[in-house]
Design a protein around this ligand. Structure first.
Ligand SMILES: [Zn+2]
Length: 224
């Protein structure tokens, strides 16, 4: 059961993707839990290297920091759905699951004018109600292939983990917030992004948004 709930490729509660085509040297940088006051420095690093990323925003954080949410979208990054209040979905009612994603969908659309196409569940935990919520809201679920553990490791260790574990089609999960904290300290994440982007670019990786990485032409669906 634990595998079904947390397993990144488990389909028990609805299909989820977690990596792209292994034959293309493309990867996706993703950031969960924002926006927060730590987001702008990340946008700055991405802009300097001309890299686009995917931000899985928390709806209540979007309402708290609407101008940062608009800056994410205006910079050409994708802004997607990471629930409204970042709850742990295990043991919750299906209607609660759907309500959380519907509320975040509305907050993101009203603030940025963008309609998310992807969701990522908080803590990677899916539960009863996910399949129906995804279908009704038109959202696909996406997890990751490399977790930075950036909420607990120092920047050099985060960067090393990512560089050692990345591969073609990889999806990197980092955090530009911490749940619903108002002003979290995400300096290790910012520093790690500064370190990894030039290294990965020099290794020949092309940075894509999750939509580009997973919806590329001739992309065999990795849904399982
Ligand atoms: Zn999260």
């Amino acid at each position: 059961m634990a595998w079904a709930v947390r397993g990144r490729s488990s389909a028990v509660f609805g299909p989820s993707q977690w990596r792209g085509d292994r034959s293309r040297r493309s990867i996706a940088l993703t950031f969960d839990d924002g926006p927060s006051p730590g987001t702008p420095p990340i946008l700055e690093v991405l802009s300097r290297h001309n890299v686009r990323a995917t931000f899985f925003a928390v709806g209540s954080n979007v309402e708290r920091h609407p101008s940062i949410a608009r800056d994410i979208a205006a910079a050409g990054h994708d802004i997607e759905n990471h629930s409204h209040s970042h709850p742990l979905f295990a043991l919750k009612r299906p209607s609660f699951v759907e309500g959380e994603f519907a509320r975040a969908q509305a907050a993101i659309a009203e603030t940025t004018g963008r309609f998310p196409k992807w969701l990522r569940p908080p803590y990677g935990v899916r539960w009863f109600g996910f399949r129906a919520a995804q279908q009704r809201l038109g959202l696909q679920s996406v997890m990751w292939s490399v977790l930075g553990l950036d909420w607990k490791l120092p920047a050099p260790a985060i960067a090393r983990r990512i560089i050692e574990n990345i591969g073609n089609g990889g999806i990197i999960c980092l955090h530009d917030g911490r749940g619903t904290l108002d002003n979290p300290d995400i300096r290790p994440t910012i520093d790690a992004v500064r370190r990894i982007v030039p290294v990965l670019a020099a290794a020949g990786y092309h940075f894509e948004t999750v939509s580009e990485l997973l919806w590329a032409p001739n992309q065999p669906l990795t849904t399982n």
